[in-house]
Design a protein around this ligand. Sequence first.
Ligand SMILES: [Zn+2]
Ligand SMILES: [Zn+2]
Ligand SMILES: [Zn+2]
Length: 302
Amino acid sequence: MRLLKPRNLPTIREYLKEFRTEQCPLFLQHKCTQHRPFTCFHWHFLNQRRRRPIRRRDGTFNYSPDVYCTKYDETTGICPDGDDCPYLHRTTGDTERKYHLRYYKTGTCIHETDARGHCVKNGLHCAFAHGPHDLRPPVYDIRATRVPTTTTAGIEGEIHGSSSTVFSTLTSTTSSADVARLFRELDEAKRKIKQWEEAWHQVKQACEACQKDALEAKEQAKTAEAERQLAEQKWEETERKLKELQRDFDMLCRTPGTPLLRSYGELEQLPLSKLHSIQSQLRNDLDLIDGVRKPRSHTFHL
Ligand SMILES: [Zn+2]
Ligand SMILES: [Zn+2]
Ligand SMILES: [Zn+2]
C-alpha cells in the first residue's frame, strides 16, 4: 500500500485501482493528519470504503457505475451482498461512481485550479479533468456499448443526482450514462404508475362494495315498507269487520223477533230449550267477535 506524499501524487491508474480501497494504517494508529477534514487517499471508516472497479473478461463490470444498490447501508457501509454486489454503493463522496472506470476523469471539471494544481471545489482528489492532458476515455460495460453513443466526453463537471423528470436530459449528446439514467427513471415512473393503478383498483373495489351495501339496504327498506303497508291494510280490514259485526249485533239485539234483549225480566219466562238455543247462538257470536279481535291470527271464521 502506498502512502500519499506531497509532490508525489497518485497517477490516474492508481486512483482507479486504489483510491479509498484500503484502510488507512496511520488512522489505525491515530496518526493520520488528513482525517478532519477528511482528505485521506485511504478510507478511515467503512462507509468511505470503495470497491475497485473491474471490467471482466466478458466485458461487463463487477459493479454498475449507474444503478445504485438498494440494500447498501450508507451509515455502516455494509451491503448484505458484500463486495460481489453488482450494484453501485453510495459511499461517502459517491466515490464508487466518481472513480469508476466509466466516469473517472472522462469529463472536464467546471471549477478552477489553485496555485498547487488542486481543484478549488473538490480538492486534491477531484474526479474530473483539469485540462485536456488530464482527460481519459471512459471504459464501458459491454452491455452499455450496445447503445449508440455520440460523445466520449461523458459527464462534465459535477455528477448530478437522479432527476425526477423522465426526459430531462435527453440531448443530442446523449451518453450511455444518460441512457442508463433514463432507463432508471423510466423504471421508477413505471413503478409509480403501477402503485397508482393498485391504489385505484383498491378504491374502486371499496366503492363497489359500498354501492352493493347501499342497494341491499334499499331493498330491505322496500321489503320492510311493503310489510308495514300489508299489516296496516290487514288492521284496517279487521277494524272494518269488527265494526260490521258490532252493527249486526246491535241490529240483532233490537230486532223484535229476538226476545232475548227486550228486557231482562222476560228471560225467565222462556222455555229452557229456547234459552239453550239463544246461548249457543250467543256463543257463536262471541267466538266470531273473538276471532276478529285477534288480527295477528289472520283468520276470521266468517
Ligand atoms: Zn488516513
Ligand atoms: Zn449492494
Ligand atoms: Zn475539479
